[in-house]
Write a protein that binds this ligand. Structure first.
Ligand SMILES: Nc1ncnc2c1ncn2[C@@H]1O[C@H](COP(=O)(O)OP(=O)(O)OP(=O)(O)O)[C@@H](O)[C@H]1O
Ligand SMILES: [Mg+2]
Length: 243
């Protein structure tokens, strides 16, 4: 199976105004095509930071290796692209190959659900086809397509956010606590449907989750914070590895 992400000694440091800082270290992680991964760890351990780097939104400070080889795409040295400030190249890779669902869904409130879902396809100038309708049907939001997101339930909004992240048929889906705002039963229902869709579309899923029991139920490979962050002066270091 193709290795989609290959990260070695990737480091991101964030220091706030009071000088107290946080350092995320990814010593060695490979993620293969069609793997389903959960990032697990306590609040503040760096799950969103890691997802933002995997989404090519956030630049690492250091990376011995940060390669991305999306299915159907080219092999790219992401570390080098960041070092050379190739933002537009990074953004092209992101738009074409990655879908990202945020905790809050992130739907644009002034566009209908259909327009929201269509947006990634429009940005890529992809032709209209049946993907919006078929995805909406599978995710159970086909009756909501002409409404504004504000008129949907929280669960329906998250389903719509998944439909939007998948409409351009990315091979990688990143999701940051996509069901955290929902009750456990709704959350499980949504994730069960999403898992079915991503298996059908042969997508690599990487999701952050607080909910450990839920993660195990879905039989995801977990990448977890190795231990409590260790203090190095005023910097707290958090490391992620298989576990
Ligand atoms: N823009 C920023 N500037 C400075 N520090 C930041 C910034 N964003 C996050 N941090 C810090 O980086 C650390 C990791 O944050 P991150 O959001 O990645 O954690 P998380 O694991 O996603 O937490 P949660 O489970 O609460 O979502 C935290 O200590 C946070 O305060
Ligand atoms: Mg987070």
């Amino acid at each position: 199976m193709t290795v989609v992400y290959n990260l070695k000694n990737v480091v991101k440091q964030r220091v706030s105004d009071d000088g107290i800082g946080f350092r995320l270290v990814v010593p060695d992680i490979q993620i293969s095509a069609q793997e389903n991964i959960a990032l697990v760890g306590h609040s503040g351990c760096g799950k969103s930071t890691l997802l933002d780097m995997l989404a090519l939104i956030l630049a690492p400070d250091e990376s011995e290796q940060f390669d991305l080889h999306p299915v159907g795409g080219k092999d790219d040295n992401i570390g080098q692209l960041w070092k050379r400030s190739r933002q537009s190249h990074l953004s092209q890779i992101r738009k074409r190959h990655i879908g990202y669902v945020l905790q809050s869904g992130g739907l644009l409130p002034y566009l209908t659900v259909r327009e929201n879902i269509e947006l990634p396809r429009k940005l890529l100038k992809l032709p209209d086809d049946d993907s919006i309708n078929s995805l909406s049907r599978v995710l159970g939001i086909h009756r909501q397509l002409d409404k504004l997101p504000g008129l949907l339930s929280a669960g329906e909004r998250q389903r719509a956010a998944f439909a939007r992240a998948l409409s351009h048929r990315p091979s990688i889906l990143l999701a940051d606590e996509p069901t955290a705002a929902l009750d456990p039963i709704t959350a499980q229902k949504i994730m069960a449907v999403v898992m079915e869709v991503i298996r059908g579309l042969k997508i690599t899923l990487i999701t952050a989750s607080h909910d450990w029991a839920h993660v195990y139920k879905m039989e995801l490979r977990t990448l977890r914070q190795e231990s409590e962050p260790v203090a190095d002066g005023r910097i707290y270091e958090s490391r992620f590895s298989d576990g």
